[in-house]
Every structure is written in C-alpha cells, then in structure tokens.
Design a protein around this ligand. Structure first.
Ligand code: SF4
Length: 405
C-alpha cells in the first residue's frame, strides 16, 4: 500500500531546485504534518500513508506510547544537527562518534534508533554488539559531503596515485564517509578521523607514511594540515570530477611534493560561511567571539577566533562567562539550541539566513513514530546493516583512531 501511494502535492521544478534552500528556522517550532513538509516528495516514500497527516500532538502521543511498550529495548539517538522536534525524543544527543560509542555500551538496547544521517547509522552498526539492530528512521537521510566521495572514485584515485609511483600514502577518511571507505582505510593502513581528533590522527598518519590522502572534506583536511605547520604549497587538491588519468588535476610532480592530497569535497552547510559574515559580526559586536566548525573554508577559520567540533562548540559556549557574545559558524539547529540553553549569553549564527542541513532534516518525527511503532509491533523497518567484511575492515580503521592519543 504505502510504497505505491502517489504523493498528492504538486511539486514544481523550482521546488526541486530549492530543496536545499528550504529554511524552516523561521517557521513555528511545532511539528508540521509530514504531508505539509514541502520537500517530502523527494524523501523515502514507503512510510505508510496514515503517517502522512498526523499532527504534532498525535505524533508525540504515539511516540510516547511506542517507547513505553519498548522500554529499555530501544534507545533513540539525536545528532546535534537534528531539528528540535526530534531532539525532544533523544536519549542522548551528540556528534556521530559519541552517539555510536554510547549506543554500543547500552547492552540492554536491542534497537538503536539513530536520528542522524546514513553514514552515522553505518558507524553505529559497525560499533554495535551482535544482538543490536540499528534503525535509520528515513533511509533517504544522507550527507552531501559523504556523497562527494563515491567509493569507486576513491579506489580509482588510489590506483592512479600508485601507478604514478606515489607509495607510502596513508588514506585518512573523515567520519562523514561511507562504511566502504572506512573499510578501504582499514585495508590500506589508513585510519578514520573526526573533527575532534583530526590533528592527532594526521600526526599518527605522518608517523606511518610520507603522504596523506584525506577525504572527503578538503576544508577539514586543509585546516588541520595548516595547524600542523604544513604550508599550502605542500597540499594538492584531488578533483574527483576529472576523468580517470587526469591525476585529479595535478601533475605527478605536484603530487609527489605534496604532503597532503585533499579530496575536493565539502559540506554544503559549512561552505556557506564567509569572511564578510565574520567581519559583519565583529562590526556589530566588537567584543564578539567568532567560533566556527573546521568544515568551514580556510579563510573563514583563519578569520575566526576559535574553531572546533560540535562537541567543542557546545562545551565552549556552555562554559563561557555570562554576558559573553558568540557568533557561531555551524548548522542552525545547533546554534539555535545553544542560544536557548545559554540565555545569559548572546549566541547567534554567523549567517543570518543559513539553512539547516537538508538531509538531516529528512528525519521528520512521523518517520520516528513509524519506526518505533513498527518495532513495538515486532516489525523491524529501515534496519541498516553494513556487510560483514566491510564492517570488519572499517572497524579496524576506527580502532586505529581510538588508539590515537
Ligand atoms: S552538515 Fe554537512 S557534513 Fe553534516 S550531514 Fe549535513 S551535509 Fe553532511
């Protein structure tokens, strides 16, 4: 029934083009029925039709009932970038790695319902115990940055680099990547990093090899390498859109003298922040502290006072003195939450019209309701499973990261 239903709204070409530009932060905080979410037509459609028109109040009541039935058999995780109407149901909120680690320690939990995006649920599955099942409420919740590193493109780039005689390269993948790329790093002497530990991981990589291939986020890679004192002249950018044989747009000599080869990926959310926004914040509030995520572009990070992971941003603002002012360059749901939770400080987003992460936003409460009610009725929907061999190698790369001090 549900998968064959035709969604009733008419969607124009403009709607399609503007899905990523939907900016619901200025709308009421209350949950809108799923069918009134403008971009629903592009999301996972096999959610049964009765869920499409549930009101916020109905969803809250039904989620509470499903959770009561499930008890400690299910836990709900909420990434920092999830909307408020999802975070209210989360047993724990945090960054992807913290959530995955915590979930694996909740041995009583048979179901880990991960309100985040695809690569996060994969990581949770890799780290989970054999009796645990990871559920991603909406399978179409992906990550545009992770999608910029298609595994086949990375394997092809690796082959090109080897054929060009560059050996001793350590592959380093950001957590925001497919499980198969984490496995690739595991197999090839590489490692995973998060935005919290990227510097230590790069130091580890240089203890084990002469060069690093860093993917998918060029900005995190560049910002971290600069902190290690590696000049821009010793970094190359690998343009994965160029045909095989193009060496990613560099010459063999340029690649040979590069210590870091940066995959040309980026986060569409953090790419929007600009130096002009930093300057505008300083002009408006001369005593403001500008704090950005290292997925922002190099010039933005350099113009800021501080940069760090979502955990770092949250902790820094929570511990700041009353009356302090913070211009924050990260996803708007987290910034808005920090502003609400720190009423004694001024916390605002660097970009006054910044959009939420449009793929995170696909976890509408109706999907969570559907997933939990299905579990309560003994049906497992949206069970995310990483293939065994992939999980084994990916875990090796993750364990190398955990061993880095
Ligand atoms: S904020 Fe950026 S990196 Fe994070 S999930 Fe969204 S697109 Fe991916």
């Amino acid at each position: 029934m549900a998968s064959t239903e035709v969604f009733p709204l008419e969607i124009s070409e403009r709607d399609i083009l503007n899905e990523a530009n939907e900016c619901p932060v200025d709308r009421p905080v209350e949950t809108q029925p799923l069918s009134q979410e403008h971009a629903f037509a592009f999301w996972q459609k096999d959610i049964p039709q009765p869920y499409w028109d549930l009101t916020g109040a109905e969803i809250i009541e039904r989620i509470a009932e499903a959770r009561r039935k499930l008890g400690s058999r299910a836990i709900v995780l909420g990434h920092h970038y999830q909307r408020e109407d999802i975070i209210q149901f989360a047993d724990l909120r945090g960054d992807s790695f913290k959530l995955a680690q915590w979930a694996s320690q909740q041995e009583q939990a048979e179901y880990i319902v991960f309100c985040g995006v695809h690569f996060m649920a994969e990581a949770a599955d890799i780290l989970s115990k054999p009796h645990q099942k990871v559920i991603l409420p909406n399978m179409s919740a992906g990550c545009s940055m992770a999608d910029m590193a298609d595994p086949d493109d990375v394997y092809a780039a690796w082959d090109e680099l080897q054929a060009a005689g560059l050996t001793g390269i350590i592959p380093v993948t950001y957590m925001n990547s497919a499980a198969s790329l984490k496995a690739f790093c595991g197999k090839n002497g590489g490692i995973v990093c998060t935005s919290s530990n990227a510097r230590k991981v790069l130091e580890w990589a240089f203890e084990h090899g002469r060069q690093v291939l860093f993917f998918p986020d060029q900005h995190l890679g560049r910002n971290t390498a600069l902190k290690l004192g590696i000049p821009l002249e010793e970094m190359a950018v690998w343009d994965y859109t160029l045909p095989f044989g193009s060496l990613g747009g560099s010459t063999a000599e340029q690649l040979e003298r590069s210590r870091v080869i940066l995959w040309k990926g980026h986060c569409s959310v953090h790419n929007r922040f600009s130096v002009a926004q930093v300057e505008a914040a300083r002009k408006r509030y001369p005593d403001v502290t500008v704090l950005v995520h290292p997925e922002c572009r190099m010039e933005v990070v350099q113009a800021a006072d501080l940069d760090g992971s979502t955990e770092f941003i949250s902790k820094t603002i929570a511990e700041a003195s009353a009356g302090s002012k913070w211009a924050v360059g990260t996803e708007i749901n987290l910034v808005s939450r920090l502003a609400r939770e720190n009423p004694d400080k001024l916390v605002f987003c660097l970009d006054p019209v910044v959009c939420p992460c449009s793929t995170m936003y696909r976890i509408h409460p109706a999907y969570l309701c559907w997933a939990l009610e299905s579990l309560a009725e003994g049906r497992v929907v949206n069970h995310l499973v990483v293939e065994e061999e992939t999980a084994r190698w990916a875990k090796i790369a993750l364990e190398r990261m955990l061993a880095v001090r």
